[in-house]
Design a protein around this ligand. Structure first.
Ligand SMILES: Cc1cc2nc3c(=O)[nH]c(=O)nc-3n(C[C@H](O)[C@H](O)[C@H](O)COP(=O)(O)O)c2cc1C
Length: 367
């Protein structure tokens, strides 16, 4: 991890504009989907800080869209201020995938469709969707993607891992085939399904994907938290842009800083203690608004509370109370002793940026 004194020079080609299909991006740094976290309140709040290229929704079941399942409709909530937005869908049924994609575009809920091929959760894989799709090199997977591309007038992208395991690194093959059928971009998490979140991100593997395509942008993904991580990802893979997931939970200012770095060589200021406090407050309020119910919004906030308490270095007892939160009044009461500063002893903007929280246990730990 490098401090400001050792900031690497930005790659010159990152200053040039980048498009995904017909869509010109304002930045080469995208928010990667994190189911349960990257919902409308978080996306909107991050976008307001600046520097984000594309946002993508959490993964949504195509069948549930077709059936109009209420919980799914909640995941599709969007706001013009957070555009451009891609909606990420999964499924193995061509009919459902194309109907869902069309439905989203016709209602102006998506500027593009992202197809999930990285999800290793058993529930998704057993339907033939998610990462199991990167096992089928016989043609069915590519055919499904082609049908979705043909069904909608907006760009279609794919997000996947390097392959099922180290003996089956199918991502370069698929990236090439997807480009041939009209896919506009690929995001590649540099791990295999078998790896889960363990081990290092394989930059060489991402480079092979970059080299496999002719023109479309490849977004490298995995473990990028600092400018030195980004510089290394770009240098070692040649990726055209970067998708950032957990790094954005630790530090929502990451996009603004990365984009500043690209254009001026200087990332500019990090989020201050007061700004981080204000961001947390805005986030919880927006969750309540989005859920339309104070208790449910607060429950949703519990998931993210630990990220904030780490980044703000709040005492353990604050974290223990926030993960049981049910009311906004209680939120204000818990943070009142800390809200107006000064920052806790030892807090630094730099350390806040390095905050890490273990990926939640359970099946999603293998995304
Ligand atoms: C809690 C959690 C939820 C995730 N949900 C999704 C998802 O809905 N769709 C998807 O394509 N990837 C999902 N991922 C994978 C991330 O988008 C990303 O590929 C991965 O976390 C590596 O990037 P990072 O190190 O920047 O977080 C999820 C990851 C985590 C930790």
């Amino acid at each position: 991890m490098l401090k400001d004194s050792a900031i690497p020079a930005p790659p010159a080609f990152y200053r040039e504009p980048l498009s995904v299909g017909t869509l010109r991006l304002g930045s080469r740094f995208n928010l990667a989907p994190l189911a349960g976290y990257t919902n409308l309140p978080f996306r909107l709040s991050v976008r307001e800080l600046g520097g984000v290229g594309l946002c993508t929704t959490d993964l949504v079941n195509a069948r549930a869209i077709v059936q109009g399942v209420a919980k799914t409709m909640e995941l599709l909530a969007t706001d013009l201020a957070e555009r451009p937005l891609f909606v990420q869908i999964f499924g193995a049924n061509v009919h459902e995938m194309t109907i869902a994609a069309k439905w989203l575009v016709e209602r102006n809920l998506a500027d593009g469709i992202d197809i999930n091929m990285g999800c290793p959760v058993r529930k998704v894989v057993k339907t033939g969707g998610g990462s199991s799709m990167t096992c089928d090199t016989s043609g069915a997977t590519v055919e499904l993607v082609r049908k979705v591309v043909e069904a909608v007038p907006v760009p279609v992208s794919v997000k996947m891992r390097l392959g099922w395991d180290s003996d089956n690194l199918t991502a370069p093959f698929f990236a090439r085939e997807f480009e041939k059928v009209g896919v506009a971009a690929v995001t590649i998490h540099g791990r295999t399904r078998a790896q889960g979140f363990s081990g290092d991100v394989n930059h060489e593997g991402i480079r092979r994907v970059v080299e496999a395509v002719e023109k479309i942008p490849i977004f490298g993904n995995g473990d990028v938290r600092t400018i030195s991580d980004a510089a290394r990802m770009i240098e070692e893979t040649g990726c055209h842009g970067i998708a950032i997931g957990r790094g954005a939970l630790a530090d929502p200012w990451i996009f603004r800083q990365f984009n500043n770095w690209v254009h001026t060589g200087n990332p500019g200021p990090r989020g201050t203690y007061a700004e981080r406090m204000a961001f947390m407050r805005l986030h919880v309020r927006r969750l309540v608004e989005w859920k339309g119910n104070e208790k449910y919004g607060c429950i949703q906030f519990r998931k993210i509370a630990t990220w904030y308490t780490r980044a703000l270095r709040l005492p353990k007892r604050v974290q223990q109370r926030l993960v049981l939160l049910s009311e906004l009044r209680e939120f204000e009461e818990i943070i009142a002793p800390f809200a107006d500063g000064p920052a806790p002893e030892g807090w630094s903007e730099y350390d806040a940026q390095q905050a890490r929280v273990a990926v939640p246990a359970g099946p999603i730990s293998h995304w």
